[in-house]
Design a protein around this ligand. Structure first.
Ligand SMILES: [Zn+2]
Length: 151
């Protein structure tokens, strides 16, 4: 999936029909929060594919883009890093911010150890979209600052 298609399927704000009731889009709650400059930057990097995940670095580092953090042999992209990657650090990070993942299907949640660290066995574009669009809590997406330290 190209970056333009990923942007539109995963993080773009969906437009609705223009009505008198309000704007033709719904802005996710986290975009209204005072996140701080570093967190805003981290979230923007994820949304705009401006990062060092292997799906991007394969263009200039000459590798196949598969994840080097786990043995999954899947392309390390935003969906894989956020939901599917089985590396211990990322599973623990998901546990630390577990309240951010409750929009993903719990039927696919796999717990890896007694701490409760987890990954998801499956994820689709809709899951990434829901992760961004449906966050309602006041604990903003600070997960991304830690995520960029791992990847
Ligand atoms: Zn991985």
């Amino acid at each position: 999936m190209g970056n333009t298609a990923k942007y539109h399927n995963w993080v773009a704000l969906p437009l609705r029909t223009v009505t008198l009731d309000g704007p033709p889009f719904s802005v996710p709650r986290y975009l209204h929060l005072e996140l701080g400059r570093q967190t805003q930057r981290s979230v923007a990097r994820f949304r705009l594919h401006s990062h060092a995940l292997r799906v991007e670095t394969r263009c200039w580092e000459h590798h196949d883009g598969t994840c080097d953090k786990c043995g999954l042999q899947a392309i390390q992209d935003e969906k894989q890093a956020l939901s599917l990657c089985r590396c211990t650090q990322m599973c623990s990070l998901r546990l630390q911010y577990a309240d951010l993942f409750h929009y993903l299907p719990m039927a696919h949640k796999i717990t890896v150890n007694q701490t409760g660290a987890f990954y998801f066995s499956q994820a689709c574009s809709e899951d990434v979209f829901n992760f961004f669009q449906k966050q309602t809590n006041d604990n903003p997406i600070v997960l991304f600052q830690s995520l960029w330290r791992l990847f």
